[in-house]
Design a protein around this ligand. Structure first.
Ligand SMILES: [Mn+2]
Length: 382
């Protein structure tokens, strides 16, 4: 076993500057060096690894890589996930022990765990059904490995946080390489693959501004360890039903532009689901098609939840906006209508028929964009 205090290996990330220990309480910053985090992983005997609810590629990748690394070092480790769960979860987990927490929160199970490892988040609000269990472990037995800027530092006294890292897997990779005394290229494929998964998905398959030379250094090492990127891309991104593009076609054919093309609106009616056989949860990603249009700043997708003649109509509204100068805060737009979300992605359910919902939302977006009277349709026909 290597000296855990040795400098980071090539292709790994260094986090937690020495001054981090002296930071003011309340700051969401690291308290450990990469070597100390690796030592903590090596010392664990019984661990449960958890991540944020509705786990994405980075959350699952970090969790699986951590469980497999801990197992390789003799620790009894398992992963717990709070849903909703990605459709590809089992395809990647294979025989790694995972538990899907459904309706009830995890509470007394695995009370003997000497390590609660929280990855790709450090926020109580994101742990959802896992919060109670992590709380019961206490900050001394909890370790956070993360790359976010905000979180709850009181959750764990031991934290490896690098908010410059493109993914949580990039942060974990440093600790795992230290703990196992291996460079990334020498990691077992079962660990290298989920590390690559998080790196690839959190960078939009190496498109976003978070891509750095260090990201490609690590990716190169993981490829040398045997990762096949096209296998991961197929499992994650190429699993649509035959009906989904047909539904997308109908939605695009009826798309309308407003405010000189800065707003794109798509409507998906009950009849569209009936005609195509697609399911409501298959509309994820439709906004990308409209955001690809140069002039579009905001996309609103209206989905009819109830039949058009329902006594109590309900329309689901999904809002997306592009970053950059004069970016529209769609969280504020949704909040003005009783919904919520993030600055770039938000939503609201309105007790209105689709056409009424469309009028209300377009007016709210128009107001957020600081103008009046420019919501006339400018193209697109059904
Ligand atoms: Mn992440």
């Amino acid at each position: 076993m290597p000296d855990p205090s040795a400098s980071p290996l090539p292709g790994t990330t260094s986090a937690a500057p020495a001054g981090a220990l002296a930071s003011a309480p309340g700051d969401y910053v690291g308290t450990l060096t990469v070597g100390q985090a690796g030592q903590a992983l090596r010392a664990a005997r019984r661990a449960v690894v958890v991540t944020h609810a509705k786990p994405d590629g980075d959350a699952v990748g970090t969790t699986l890589a951590a469980v497999r690394s801990l197992q390789a070092m003799g620790c009894q480790a398992e992963a717990w996930f709070a849903g909703p769960f990605p459709a590809w979860l089992e395809d990647l987990a294979v025989d790694t022990p995972i538990r899907k927490i459904g309706a009830a929160p995890a509470t007394g199970e695995a009370a003997d765990a000497d390590l609660a490892l929280v990855v790709d988040t450090g926020s109580w609000s994101q742990l959802d059904l896992l919060k109670e269990w992590v709380t019961a472990r206490g900050p001394e037995r909890t370790l956070i490995i993360d790359h976010h800027r905000h979180g709850n530092p009181e959750m764990a006294s031991r934290r490896l946080i690098d908010n410059q890292a493109a993914s949580a897997t990039q942060v974990l990779a440093g600790a795992v390489c230290q703990a196992m005394g291996r460079a990334a290229e020498s990691l077992p494929l079962a660990i290298a693959e989920p590390l690559y998964l998080g790196l690839a998905t959190d960078t939009g398959w190496f498109k976003f501004s978070s891509v750095s030379a260090e990201v490609f250094d690590l990716a190169a090492g993981l490829l040398r360890a045997g990762v096949r990127p096209e296998r991961l891309y197929e499992i994650i991104e190429q699993r649509d039903s035959a009906a989904r593009p047909v539904l997308l076609g109908r939605a695009l054919a009826g798309m309308t532009y407003h405010r000189d093309g800065a707003i794109a609106a798509m409507a998906i009616r009950k009849a569209d689901f009936g005609a195509t056989g697609a399911e409501p949860e298959e509309t994820g990603g439709f906004s990308e098609q409209a955001l690809a249009v140069a002039a579009v700043r905001v996309v609103a997708i209206f989905t009819e939840v109830t039949p058009p003649d329902a006594a109590e109509p309900l329309t689901k509204v999904s809002l997306r906006s592009k970053p950059g100068a004069n970016a529209v805060d769609v969280a504020a737009v949704a909040a003005s209508l009783g919904g919520g979300g993030h600055v770039r992605a938000a939503g609201v359910k309105l007790r209105l028929r689709l056409a009424e919902a469309q009028r209300a939302v377009l007016a709210a977006i128009d107001q957020a964009m600081g103008g009046i009277g420019q919501t006339g349709a400018a193209g697109g026909a059904r």
